[in-house]
Design a binder for this molecule. Structure first.
Ligand code: HEC
Length: 199
């Protein structure tokens, strides 16, 4: 308490207080923050809130969506089947598979947490468009991530091409078959894999 401390007149419940102003350095920091306001007021892209920020966000989202497939519907069965016959795609797809898929599907595709990808049986269908759909959209509730959100279109194409090349490779100790056979055995079980229309 300095000598020039001034005791204010009022008293609350018998408690009196001094008139201590805020320190000068504190006030200057406060004024400095006010000086920054015009920057936000002009709403440049990338800073602050408002249409500028929104525009920057929309541009980034558009670029992301252009690079990442949201739905698998852009492909036909024949196109996807052809990825498996394209050595460059399969090579790139194998790298993607090694990085992102082996933990659950095993390096040889025999299955572990995820199902066996080498046998004739598919939980979500073995048609090329169905495999593509499972990879792009995932089955989050069962632990299969939606890769369309994480991989670029050409990476998805490659890895789906590579997965198709795993079919029939008969790795050791495979996970037991799950799901329905594709293609279905005979006319006796025609609806084993539902057609996916308008995907
Ligand atoms: C975190 C574990 C995990 C990772 C990583 C993972 N998967 Fe899966 N995957 C699963 C599970 C679990 C299923 C089974 C989903 C179900 O039971 O519905 C599955 C199912 C699939 C299916 C459908 C199989 C069927 O029988 O219909 C394909 C195809 C597939 N995954 C491909 C991939 C590819 C390609 C990658 C890498 C880009 C990948 N998975 C990465 C866990 C994983």
């Amino acid at each position: 308490m300095a000598d020039n401390d001034k005791l204010l007149d009022h008293a609350y419940d018998g408690i009196q207080e001094f008139d201590n102003p805020l320190p000068t350095w504190w006030k200057w920091i406060f004024y400095a923050t006010i000086l920054v306001v015009p920057i936000y007021y002009w709403d440049p892209m990338g800073i602050g809130v408002g249409p500028g920020k929104e525009k920057a966000y929309k541009q980034q989202m558009a670029a992301f969506n252009a690079a990442h497939p949201k739905t698998a519907g852009a492909y036909t069965d024949d196109q996807i089947a052809a990825f498996a016959g394209d050595p460059a795609k399969v090579e790139a797809g194998k790298a993607v598979y090694t990085r992102h898929c082996v933990a659950c599907h095993r390096p040889d595709g025999g299955g572990q947490i995820g199902p066996n990808l080498t046998d004739d049986f598919w939980i979500h269908g073995g048609r090329p468009t169905e495999i593509m759909k499972t990879v792009v959209e995932g089955v989050l509730a069962k632990g299969m991530p939606p890769w369309g959100k994480m991989l670029k279109s050409d990476e998805v194409e490659g890895v789906v091409g590579y997965v198709q090349t795993l079919h029939g490779t008969n790795p050791a100790n495979p996970k037991a078959p799950e799901g329905a056979k594709y293609p279905a055995d005979s006319a006796a079980a025609p609806a084993a894999t539902p057609q996916t229309k308008g995907m």
